[in-house]
Design a protein around this ligand. Sequence first.
Ligand code: NAP
Ligand code: ZN
Ligand code: ZN
Length: 352
Amino acid sequence: MTATRAFAAQSGTTPLAEISIDRREPGPKDVAIDILYCGVCHSDLHTARGEWGGVRFPSVPGHEIVGRVTAVGGEVSKVAAGDLVGVGCLVDSCRTCASCQEDLEQYCEGPHGFQGTYGGWADGSGENTYGGYSAAIIVDEHFVLKVNHGEADLAAVAPLLCAGITTWSPLRHWNVGPGKKVGVVGIGGLGHMGVKLAHALGAHVVAFTTSEAKKQEALDLGADEVVLSKDRGEMKAHTGSFDFILNTVAASHNLDAFTMLLKRDGTMVLVGVPEQPHPSPSVGALIFGRKAIAGSLIGGIAETQEMLDFCAEHGIVSDIEMIRMQEIDAAYDRMLKSDVKYRFVIDMASLK
Ligand code: NAP
Ligand code: ZN
Ligand code: ZN
């Protein structure tokens, strides 16, 4: 075991503070990574503040990790010491079930499901896992991603590991591309990546925001149109016109306002996981038009690599604001006010 500096929540109501965690010695298939940057996902906040229940404390959040390989086990072939790598939301899965065999590890049907980068083994069958708010991490090579962006972009690459893949996966699964009208609801960490990626895939992109101040910026991110979702008139103008809507909102809200904007056979995918459930959607609004509401969870490892390579090729990174590890609680408070453009990233040098 190696004692490693980290930042942890000890309960849902206390501020995060520095602790020492034990990282395992690298096994034959393990990769040891010095963490350079870690993005701050709203899921970190939901977890650290106990909003989802069942959290294993101490909780060391962080699943948008970029770092440099410091050592590899004897059987590792994917990466070598010195390589720049990423780690996202998953660090293990059964590798044998139907979903794992199809490179959809996030839907692992094994007895323990997939293991999260933090809060893994939630069923108590293994030790708690500790995430990227730490100086270093040891990860099986299967769950390590190769980063091909330039060194100057590394901090802005970190959010691709969750915000990027969580929006990429549904955009790809529902075949978003040229000729499709696509809505992205909530222009936060996930949403701003959804706008960039849907635009790069060639779709006509409409951003939905509750923040007047984000209207011009959403256009700059790549949206073709912006709608202030609180404005009934602006919403009504888009009735029945969307092929697909990606809803990233982190709070409970009225879904009917968006299903009414779908075309016949259109789908709205929910990726936000609010603390309180949404009011029940109107069934009538779905059956008149054979519309669907679906969900989607992050993405598999192969798909995450595909997304990273696509982003490197198209020069896509996240818009970020860098913080020190010690500023995390203030960052959470600002995130709750939708006051982040568009992702906080922790400079892990501040912890070392
Ligand atoms: P975020 O950066 O806080 O962005 C959420 C955005 O939602 C805000 O910027 C805001 O955008 C909008 N919003 C917030 N409160 C709202 C309200 N009451 N009504 C309407 N809109 C509101 O959060 P994030 O990191 O993108 O995460 C979003 C959600 O996705 C979280 O619940 C997170 O846990 C979840 N998540 C899910 C997955 C998955 O695999 N499914 C993966 C990662 C995260 P505007 O200012 O533009 O309105
Ligand atoms: Zn996340
Ligand atoms: Zn599996």
